[in-house]
Design a protein around this ligand. Structure first.
Ligand SMILES: Nc1ncnc2c1ncn2[C@@H]1O[C@H](COP(=O)(O)OP(=O)(O)O)[C@@H](O)[C@H]1O
Ligand SMILES: [Mg+2]
Length: 158
């Protein structure tokens, strides 16, 4: 699905709608250039999961953990990861196949470690207007997120 948002809070709202639909074990890849709105979107996602804490860009910390109302959100920023041994040390499977939702920025750095099924969100700045973003949401893998995406579409239509 594709959506255009006209400002910061519309992007947060979309993240929040998605966050409210997520279940433990769900994995979401968030991509886009610097300033596209990845952190903004994940802040909304966290709010939709009932996270009270302020979500920031992880910068030097690779993995941030937030407590949602029913299960945790793991926010991974893989930007600084380079070597296989340091990636192996993180024990990513415990997050991907664990009891919470995992949102990943710079997922291309950990390509070989990703689970077969995941959701993705791609954010793009638009040249037409400085506050407009094109946001694509979809899935890869066996279709396990098809129902969720359908629900999100309906919420966005209403
Ligand atoms: N439609 C929009 N969606 C998201 N952010 C927007 C939008 N319009 C303007 N912005 C601004 O763009 C910036 C996005 O920053 P951020 O979410 O930190 O990006 P990233 O994490 O991708 O680098 C914020 O300053 C935000 O206010
Ligand atoms: Mg960011």
């Amino acid at each position: 699905m594709e959506i255009l948002t006209g400002n910061f809070s519309e992007t947060q709202q979309l993240g929040q709608s998605l966050g409210a639909l997520l279940q433990p074990g769900d994995v979401l890849l968030v991509s886009g250039d610097l300033g596209a709105g990845k952190t903004t979107f994940i802040q909304g996602l966290a709010a939709g999961m009932g996270v009270q804490a302020q979500v920031t860009s992880p910068t030097f910390t690779i993995i941030h953990e937030y407590q949602g109302s029913s299960f945790p959100l793991y926010h991974i920023d893989a930007y600084r990861l380079e070597r296989a041994d340091e990636i192996n040390e993180l024990g990513l499977e415990e997050y991907f196949y664990g009891d919470g939702v995992t949102a990943v920025e710079w997922a291309e750095k950990i390509k070989e470690w990703l689970p077969p099924d995941y959701l993705y969100v791609k954010l793009e700045k638009m040249s037409s207007h400085p506050e407009q973003r094109r946001i694509q949401i979809g899935e890869r893998g066996s279709g396990s997120y098809a129902g969720l995406i359908e629900e999100l579409k309906q919420i966005c239509r209403s």
